[in-house]
Write a protein that binds this ligand. Structure first.
Ligand code: FRU
Length: 516
């Protein structure tokens, strides 16, 4: 081929746009390549498959995150624990695989704690030992048992306990996902463990010998799927009243959960060291979207900080193995700070994003207005095209009976609407891009919400292939994946209201915090 200047220019421009993961089409739309779905500030594996967050523990200035990982492919396979660390919850450094499958089986989900009093006796130098408590899944028999591994070098190297398992299988196939906490009142470790349709509670003086204490939940909560990945911890409400929170993930088919498939419920009650009791009658969901599963909280966050921080896997078992990413699959939600809120004698949890998200904002605002206005629109906007940003707005519900927030391009649209008459948010991703890999994916997500006042603040986090909606400071959240075929370029808020219902809006680009 004879190269002239025009050909060289064309090749150069093509090279530049392809290296950014995009290419131009005739009608000027930017085509998304699968790697453009790679999030900027949500943890995703450099390559291959990831599911649940595991072993989340804070130690010596670092948040440790382990996760279910299959290193030989982009669909679920024999599970390992891979590891990442961060000092700010957004800048994650990969540390490789720390637990490999062995004769006892695959390494399924579990937790980790700092054994400050050396109760298990693993200490062999000045460092406090870290102890991981996880499920061994025996792949031939399908039986699951609970095992330990420990690290005496701040989480760098892990040794499996030579007398595993520490809890044998009592004849229940689904018997997994141990989450352990230190109960300072009883001076004992407490384990919650999912067993098919209930949570089993155990206690131990030393992490090695466990005593069964009680069962919770067989006749409570939602049972449209197998119970998995529990968590249990105390929290204080805004008046200083202490309650205990039990989180339970539920695996389920298309008709389970608030909007289908995998979902997470929680219970608020009391715990006396042996039994968890909740008088709650309604089902409370940690998230009304379809893409927040197997979430649990970090252990050992220092009391000067005092936060209870939650992280979920941002996918759904109904379609997790077929989302259209390339070379990697699976990402986490943003870390969320759980708050216990009492209103009219009733306790619920709020899940706002951790404050560290604000450090990603930098100084540049894409658009901001503190003055009330009617509709709002940004077209051909660089921040929207970048795909990673935060939107904060407040709607005056005494003026607007309904509104719709949307992002998209001339062919695709993702919308979030609210209607006072139905008391429902609807997230519609049916025309958001690639949706045909699952029936569930194109269904609208219906999210009942009863506003606390006429001022309705909404925070939205968008990151390439995900949207997280935080209604009224996390009182309700909606988490959803989406996969545009073409780059989005606009953001709009519209309403049939005739007066200025949009009290304020700020759109801030968010920086890339994870190098991939
Ligand atoms: C939840 C789960 C856990 C299990 C793990 C296996 O998503 O099913 O119950 O330990 O994933 O990867």
């Amino acid at each position: 081929m004879k190269l002239n200047i025009a050909t060289l220019c064309f090749l150069f421009i093509t090279l530049i746009s392809c290296s950014k993961g995009e290419e131009s089409t005739d009608n000027g739309q930017q085509v998304m390549k699968a790697h453009s779905y790679r999030p900027f500030y949500h943890y995703s594996p450099a390559k291959n498959w990831m599911n649940d967050p595991n072993g989340m523990v804070y130690f010596d200035g670092q948040y440790h995150l382990f996760y279910q990982y299959y290193p030989n492919g982009t669909t679920w396979g024999p599970m390992h624990w891979a590891h990442a660390v961060s000092s700010d919850l957004f800048t994650w450094e990969d540390k490789g695989i720390k637990l490999y499958p062995d004769d006892l089986g695959y390494i399924f989900s579990g937790s980790a704690v700092v054994d400050k009093n050396n109760t298990a006796g693993f200490k062999n130098n000045a460092n406090d030992p870290l102890v991981a408590i996880f499920t061994h899944h025996q792949n031939i028999t399908g039986k699951q048992v609970q095992s330990l591994a420990y690290s005496t070098d701040k989480g760098q190297n892990w040794i499996k306990y030579d007398q595993n398992p520490v809890i044998k299988n009592p004849g229940i196939n689904d018997f997994r996902d141990p989450k352990v906490i230190w109960n300072s009142k009883t001076q004992k470790w407490v384990m919650v463990l999912a067993a098919l349709d209930k949570i089993k509670i155990y206690s131990s003086p030393n992490l090695k010998e466990w005593t069964f204490e009680s069962d919770f939940g067989q006749n409570q909560g939602d049972h449209r799927g197998v119970w998995e990945c529990p968590d249990l911890f105390p929290m204080k409400d805004q008046n200083g009243v202490e309650k205990w929170v039990m989180i339970v993930s539920i695996g389920g088919g298309e008709s389970a959960g608030p909007n289908g498939g995998s979902s997470t419920q929680y219970f608020i009650g009391d715990f006396n060291g042996k039994e968890f009791v909740s008088s709650q009658t309604e089902v409370l969901w940690a998230d009304l979207g379809t893409d927040n599963y197997a979430g649990v909280t970090w252990s050992d966050i220092p009391s000067v900080d005092g936060r209870r921080i939650f992280l979920g896997w941002m996918s759904n078992w109904v379609y997790a193995n077929s989302t259209p990413t390339d070379g990697w699959r699976g990402e986490m939600t943003v870390p969320r700070e759980i708050k216990l809120v009492e209103a009219n004698g009733k306790h619920t949890l709020y899940f706002p994003p951790v404050k560290e998200i604000n450090n990603l904002k930098g100084t540049q605002l894409s658009s901001s207005s503190a003055v009330a206005q009617k509709d709002f629109s940004l077209e051909n906007n660089g921040t929207i095209a970048s795909g990673s940003y935060m939107v904060d707005f407040e709607i005056d519900l005494s003026i607007a009976n309904q509104f719709e927030f949307s992002i998209g391009n001339s062919l695709e649209k993702l919308s979030l609407s609210y209607q006072k008459s139905t008391g429902e948010f609807i997230l519609n991703r049916g025309k958001s891009g690639i949706v045909d890999f699952s029936n569930l994916f194109s269904k609208p997500l219906r999210c009942p919400y009863n506003p606390k006042s006429t001022a309705l603040p909404v925070k939205i986090l968008v990151d390439k292939s995900s949207i997280e909606v935080f209604i009224n400071n996390g009182e309700q959240t909606i988490t959803s994946l989406f996969f545009p075929k073409f780059q989005y370029s606009y953001l709009k808020i519209i309403s049939s209201a005739e007066n200025k219902y949009l009290k304020s809006i700020t759109i801030s680009p968010l920086k890339k915090s994870i190098i991939r």
